[in-house]
Design a protein around this ligand. Structure first.
Ligand code: PRX
Length: 653
């Protein structure tokens, strides 16, 4: 499947517009000229070695890189601890009393942790986990809302060398269950609930359902957050011997817990992400290389200064939350702002109210959010003083130039540089991005590889091309080290297209200045509101509904979400297409995977259009979902139209 042709046209139209870094920004920037690019160009490994020295190591490495494709080891022989780098090393001087984490809950409750306080809390939880028998290398699942305890739990794992697997709180019990099983997690950290648009999500109840009858999970730690107004007891049904209140665990534990000296290549975490098969894959990240790259990119891409208040709006359940809420910014000693809820609760200016209240200076968000803000109108940001902002970032999907311009104008006051950062769960850290004091930006382009990253546009045969597939041609420190329990899938997905070159699955184009324009996924992975969802996963959930005979899922263009899910469904004998059934199927997918995977459209069709060899014609379905080719009802694809389009495709190729 090819990347979106619309995006390609957009790219061609907007190549000309250029925005230079403002002179005063450049003057003050941490990187203000091309020296790092030159340095990395001369000696890439020496460059990364210099970046690694910005971390605190217990033992130095003997070898920078051991590259045995597709396996890389970075800083071999070195020893360090991620939590030590995020906390302990900031305690020597005045930073100990600097705010590490400023948090606001959706109902308006507020908390601040200094580095000293965060260190203490993490150490206590780490000790509490040890008491439960959690040891180095053991897996711990984390299923929490956006509360400080999420960061605390991750760092507590890192402190004792346990491997965390954070599962986004919006995922269903079934999704949580399969991730816990796959990773073999023996401890689960969750909360009674979390707030979203005034409602309380019932996390503990979902967690109970997820681990029902699972022997692996020996203990559950439960944070008290949000109970139902009606006093519904299922919110906090505690199982004797298995479930423990977080406050008790932390309250009884000592605040002294030495950080485990981890080998550079010891696992830091597993994070599940969607691919082209039905089963999400557990992407593995290790310690030394990952920490090196997330710290370096946080400092340079966001031009992080001691006095900044930095806000990344992602959820900790995604990689952006791992690398750019927790590990990168805390390693860099930043003040991180974290918010629990939705941007439109109670009103559509909640984000701008927060920026004003906390004096946020760096804001990192997703194009889908920016497009929603655009739709809501500039009157919402205009109500607030946003002059504290000095840098804006985006991530997660291609940004359309209109949204880029709107962001710059209405949020950045026409002055803040914008960094459009391309990367993935698998890359661990930012890969293609402007450096805000150096790079001339273009709305819609992620511009150039970060120093020390080697990227190219290749065709199917591995030849350089102007338009084709994005490729990473050399190993990088924060690269994935594998897929948990599935070496074959690791090799097949990422390393089988070309020799010793990483295939990210994105289409891209390079312009005359050498700037990269990411065109979108070229595989069956959807990007809905910046969230990665596999078409196969949604298909199996749709087919799981008793009325469904067969299903095909495609992404169609959506003004706000970028892509929306359209499910084409043929029904079993005896079932009638109806609005009710449509809604039932949507709900069913929501229950199977999570609300983010609910199809926007369910389109009933007598047959799914297939090629003579029986392959579903997804392109055709996409056209039907996006266009006028639908019959007069939106629920039913007109068989003639499908037939005609199918013929056209078969003739036209
Ligand atoms: O298609 C690319 C898109 O998001 C995919 C990675 O998704 P995930 O692993 O969930 O990580 C998202 C956050 C890092 C990529 O394959 N993507 C991410 N950033 C950009 C992007 N597409 C275009 N421009 C970006 N800046």
């Amino acid at each position: 499947m090819a990347a979106s042709p619309r995006r390609e046209i957009d790219v061609l139209l907007h190549e000309g517009r250029r925005v230079e870094p403002p002179e005063d920004f450049r003057r003050e920037a941490r990187v203000s000229d091309r020296t790092p690019y030159r340095r990395a160009g001369e000696d890439r490994l020496a460059f990364w070695e210099e970046r690694a020295r910005e971390l605190d190591w217990f033992e130095e490495w003997d070898e920078v890189l051991n590259w045995d494709p597709p396996h890389a080891e970075w800083f071999v022989g070195g020893r360090l601890n991620a939590a030590h780098n995020c906390l302990d090393r900031h305690l020597d001087g005045w930073r100990a009393n600097k705010a590490a984490l400023i948090w606001e809950g959706e109902p308006g409750d507020r908390r601040t942790y200094t580095y000293r306080e965060l260190h203490r809390e993490v150490s206590r939880l780490a000790n509490g986990m040890k008491e439960m028998g959690v040891e180095k290398g053991d897996r711990v699942a984390i299923y929490l809302p956006m509360i400080p305890e999420a960061a605390v739990a991750m760092l507590a794992c890192a402190r004792i060398g346990a491997v965390h697997s954070v599962v986004f709180g919006g995922f269903s019990p079934g999704s949580l269950r399969s991730r816990i099983q796959d990773a073999g997690a023996e401890l689960l950290i969750t909360a009674t609930g979390g707030y979203r648009r005034g409602n309380v999500l019932r996390l503990k109840r979902d967690a109970d359902e997820a681990i029902e009858g699972l022997d692996v999970v020996e203990n559950v730690i439960v944070v008290r957050r949000g109970f139902s107004a009606e006093g519904d007891e299922t919110f906090a049904r505690m199982q004797e011997g298995r479930d423990h209140w977080y406050e008790d665990v932390v309250g009884e534990a000592s605040p002294k817990c030495p950080a485990e000296p981890m080998a550079s290549e010891d696992l830091l975490y597993i994070l599940y992400t969607s691919g082209t098969t039905g089963k999400p894959k557990g992407v593995m990240h290790t310690t030394g290389g990952y920490m090196t790259q997330v710290q370096a990119t946080t400092e340079w891409v966001f031009d992080l200064k001691e006095e900044d208040v930095y806000w990344c709006t992602a959820d900790v359940g995604w990689v952006t939350g791992h690398s750019y809420i927790v590990y990168g910014p805390l390693a860099a000693g930043a003040t991180v702002f974290m918010y629990e809820g939705a941007p439109d609760w109670p009103e559509r200016d909640r984000f701008w109210e927060l920026v004003e209240r906390y004096g946020v200076s760096i804001l990192y968000t997703a194009p889908t959010a920016i497009r929603a803000f655009m739709k809501w109108g500039e009157e919402w940001p205009e109500k607030h003083d946003l002059s504290s902002l000095r840098l804006l970032g985006t991530v997660g999907e291609p940004i359309n130039p209109e949204a880029w311009e709107w962001y710059r104008e209405h949020i950045g006051g026409g002055e803040c540089p914008i960094v459009d950062t391309w990367w993935q769960t698998e890359t661990g850290g930012i890969m293609i991005t402007p450096l805000p004091g150096v790079t001339t930006t273009k709305p819609g382009s992620a511009t150039e590889p970060f120093p020390g990253i080697e990227a190219a546009i290749l065709d199917d045969d591995g030849n350089e091309a102007e338009s084709g597939y994005l490729a990473i041609t050399e190993p990088w420190p924060s690269m994935l080290r594998g897929v948990w329990g599935d070496e074959e899938r690791f090799r097949e997905t990422y390393w089988s297209k070309w020799d010793d070159t990483y295939f990210p699955g994105d289409g891209a184009r390079v312009d005359g200045d050498g700037d990269f324009w990411i065109l979108g996924r070229v595989d069956d992975v959807l990007n809905v509101a910046g969230h990665r969802i596999g078409t196969m996963e949604v298909e199996s959930a749709v087919v799981d509904h008793p009325a469904t005979a067969e299903a095909a899922v495609v992404g169609r263009k959506d003004e706000v979400k970028g892509e929306a899910i359209a499910a084409f469904v043929s029904l079993k004998e005896g079932y009638e297409a109806s609005d009710g059934l449509q809604e039932e199927i949507r709900e069913h997918v929501g229950q199977e995977i999570g609300a983010i995977a609910k199809p926007a459209d369910v389109i009933f069709t007598a047959d799914l259009p297939k090629t003579r060899s029986g392959k579903i014609m997804r392109r055709l379905l996409k056209d039907i979902a996006e266009g006028e080719a639908l019959g007069d009802t939106t629920t039913l694809a007109d068989p003639d139209v499908v037939e005609r389009l199918k013929q056209k495709y078969e003739e036209g190729g």
